[in-house]
Ligand binder design. Structure first.
Ligand SMILES: C[S@@+](CC[C@H](N)C(=O)[O-])C[C@H]1O[C@@H](n2cnc3c(N)ncnc32)[C@H](O)[C@@H]1O
Length: 396
């Protein structure tokens, strides 16, 4: 399919993600009939636009004195601006493809307006790419530079401080890399994450896709556990799908149960466990069904790991739509859910066991507050990892 048409499809998908609160992965399911290359191109355009939408809108507003461009015109312009900011595709190509798409979808008048805007952005392309902020920059511009809603930016600014704020968003607004966790065998504490250039090719050693933050977190948990138990210990992975934590624990010789209440996420967990031949180390269960079975009521585990669902504020680079579809002013619903989940998992912890609570959020409210309601539990250690990951280990 010609690239001009693909731009129209990217604009439609961008609208769907932004207005229907749909995840990009879910929206991409609608493109199942397209070729791999076409899907990859659309995904690249939409995901980089979602990452740089705040900047694109700021630039667009600064250049158009009339009403803000909306509909297909607005979306195609934002895709083009995000591309000019983040990639090295020649400006002339980005502009001509975009103008053709606008002409087809909206007519000549809007294309003329788009031409004027995109020429201005192209002329200052390097300046916009080098856009920086200081501690004195206004809050609206800071949010635009960070490319998140003001409520997210203000909260992050207060919690992280200037230097960490810059570091976090510089990384969150880059195209994320794909990292791979090789299965062990040797010294897992020195295993280097493998960087995959274009996703899994099929010729890697046995393993699974896992970002570096999660690989650091898993290593940290293995050390926390080793200080108390000799392998194999028993684990209960309470929020398990698609299985990163259970696969890591099984690879280190531990044996346990991986549960998840979301039936749509369980098949990926099952596939991963079967592919890596860990069926004898990992028992998989759908949480409500597992809980109903009498034989499970009295089971206790050395490690209970609650890798809780959260706002995902730490992984807005990998899941760029998340920044636009959450209410960042109120994290209360997440914290209440996290507390509830911790309290449901706790009865399965052995007397001497360790509870690990982890989230991929940069916000203190979610990172530290969801401790067990049970008075007797104390956090005895904590760790911070890249991608905003945070873990706390509790014991009695
Ligand atoms: C952060 S993800 C887990 C990622 C997984 N541990 C990994 O490393 O591959 C959170 C998981 O919690 C599950 N979840 C959502 N609500 C839950 C609940 N009330 N109790 C337990 N798990 C829940 C979600 O289905 C999701 O799979």
């Amino acid at each position: 399919m010609e690239r001009v048409k693909l731009r129209g499809i990217a604009a439609k998908l961008l609208g769907q993600v932004l207005t229907q609160n749909s995840s990009l992965d879910h929206a991409m399911l609608g493109l199942a009939d397209y070729s791999v290359q076409e899907r990859a191109q659309v995904f690249e355009w939409v995901s980089s636009t979602l990452r740089l939408l705040g900047r694109a809108e700021w630039i667009l507003n600064s250049l158009s004195d009339r009403k803000k461009p909306s509909g297909n015109l607005g979306k195609l312009l934002k895709i083009a601006i995000a591309q000019l900011l983040s990639q090295d595709t020649p400006s002339a190509l980005v502009v001509s493809e975009t103008l053709e798409a606008i002409k087809k979808l909206e007519g000549k008048g809007p294309a003329g307006f788009a031409n004027a805007v995109l020429r201005k952005v192209s002329d200052r392309r390097l300046d916009w790419q080098a856009w920086t902020i200081t501690e004195k920059t206004g809050r609206d511009e800071i949010a635009a530079w960070a490319s998140v809603p003001r409520s997210f930016s203000d909260r992050a600014w207060n919690e992280l401080g200037f230097d960490q704020f810059i570091k976090f968003f510089e990384s969150a607004n880059q195209r994320p890399k794909t990292w791979y966790r090789k299965l062990g065998g040797g010294d897992l504490s020195r295993a280097e994450p493998l960087l995959l250039e274009r996703g899994v090719q099929g010729n890697e050693p046995p393993g699974f896709v896992q970002d570096t933050g999660n690989q650091q977190l898993c290593l940290w948990v293995s050390e926390v556990v080793r200080a108390r138990f000799s392998a194999p210990m028993s684990f209960l992975d309470w929020c398990a799908a698609p299985g990163g934590k259970s696969l890591d624990l099984a690879d280190r010789g531990h044996i346990g149960v991986a549960l998840d209440p979301n039936e749509l996420r369980l098949p990926r967990l099952r596939e991963n466990v079967a592919r890596l031949k860990f069926q004898d180390r990992i028992e998989i269960g759908h949480t409500p069904t597992w809980l109903e079975q009498d034989k499970n009521k009295d089971r206790r585990f050395d490690l209970v790991w609650v890798d809780a669902p959260c706002s995902a504020s730490g992984i807005i680079g990998r899941h760029p739509e998340v920044r636009w579809n959450r209410d960042w002013a109120d994290l209360g619903p997440y914290v209440r859910e996290q507390r509830g989940i911790v309290d449901s998992a706790l009865p399965f912890l052995s007397e001497n066991g360790i509870l690990v609570y982890s989230v991929c959020s940069i916000f203190r409210e979610e990172r530290d507050v969801a401790k067990p309601a049970h008075q007797k539990f104390e956090a005895f250690t904590s760790g911070d990892f890249s991608d905003g990951l945070r873990a706390l280990a509790y014991s009695r």
